[in-house]
Design a protein around this ligand. Structure first.
Ligand SMILES: Cc1ncc(COP(=O)(O)O)c(C=O)c1O
Length: 334
């Protein structure tokens, strides 16, 4: 089976395992784990931020990003398909108790939308807006940096904060050929994942200014996620950060090749976006298509009108060809 369900399924490489086995560790709740400190410093440096905090998951990094920038009952402006909204078990309501105000078109809010939402501010009926949320990449799509700057500029002009869910910021940086700091530029907080395209086994980070990150550190402890000799896993993330960022363009090239071969060989409508290929499955048949693909040796994720195929560091050129041939056979049964 060629497993293209997600870039989270990768296992640590032998070199990464060695780095983990040899990691220097200490009690991180007391700030004494040198490997975690190195990871946090390097992450902050790459993102052009003052400080960063290692956390167990992207979900927690996002929730802490929300927690440090909103008070109970304040609004966070987001897309209905952002991970924060649809994939974090409604934690916005449970933890920070923020109120999502959602748009559903495009990949970023237009000026007209932002202006109309800010217009109601101060109305006694309305919740107070506090935070604008973006995601880059967003289901594999790169949000142009000019659009990000327009949105963060708007937020700051109106006294709101801005957060970037950068679970796949490394992919956006590789695809745009710019530094991670350029992608993170303009945001008050940024969450990044080490356990997706970078291929580390565990962990994410929240980055921002020193005061914000120290509040997030307290929030992490509040949630019971103060971790002790956690350098043992942070070492995998640090290894990934140092050795797997530049190779991400290979994943993007393989995704583009997979989309091209699938379109040519099967006639299915397949489009590549960074490391993801979306195969159209009209009529909300994503789950059914994914079942048929699996019978032909390709595991994908059915998502409504599409099947998502994600290229990651365990996928070779040979796998790409085999997957495309498998999908060509599957197409005959759809
Ligand atoms: C855009 C985005 N943000 C956040 C997350 C959450 O990451 P984690 O699975 O580490 O909680 C994911 C996970 O797939 C994601 O795709």
């Amino acid at each position: 089976m060629i497993d293209l369900r997600s870039d989270t399924i990768t296992r640590p490489t032998p070199a990464m395992r060695t780095a983990m086995a040899e990691a220097e560790v200490g009690d991180d709740v007391w700030g004494e784990d040198p490997t975690v400190r190195a990871l946090e410093e390097e992450t902050a440096g790459l993102l052009g931020m003052e400080s960063a905090l290692y956390v167990p998951s992207g979900h927690m990094a996002n929730q802490l990003g929300l927690y440090v920038s909103t008070r109970s009952g304040e609004e966070v402006w987001a897309h209905e398909h952002h991970h924060l909204i649809g994939d974090e078990q409604g934690a916005t309501a449970v933890l920070a108790r923020a109120l999502p105000r959602l748009y559903s078109d495009g990949t970023f809010p237009t000026d007209a939308l932002l202006e109309s939402w800010i217009a109601g501010r101060g109305d006694v009926h309305r919740a107070e807006p506090a935070l604008v949320w973006l995601e880059n990449t967003f289901t594999g799509r790169v949000v142009p940096l000019a659009e990000q700057r327009r949105v963060t500029g708007f937020a700051h002009r109106h006294g709101l904060r801005a957060h970037l869910d950068g679970a796949r910021l490394w992919n956006a940086s590789a695809a745009l050929g710019v530094s991670p700091a350029e992608v993170a530029n303009g945001f008050d907080t940024v969450s990044v994942c080490f356990s997706k395209g970078l291929g580390a086994p565990v962990g994410s980070a929240l980055a921002g200014d020193a005061d914000t990150v120290s509040r997030a550190r307290r929030g992490r402890k509040l949630l019971g996620a103060g971790m002790r000799q956690v350098g043992i896993i942070a070492a995998g993330a640090l290894y990934a950060l140092r050795h797997h960022r530049e190779r991400m363009v290979e994943d993007h090239e393989r995704a583009a090749e997979l989309a091209r071969l699938v379109t040519d060989l099967s006639g299915l409508d397949a489009r590549a976006r960074t490391n993801m290929v979306l195969v159209e499955a009209p009529g909300c048949q994503g789950a059914r298509y994914a079942e048929v693909f699996a019978r032909h040796g390709v595991a994908g994720l059915g998502m409504g009108d599409a099947v998502r195929l994600v290229v990651h560091l365990e996928i070779t050129d040979d796998d790409v060809e085999k997957a495309a041939r498998g999908l060509a056979k599957a197409a005959a049964e759809l």
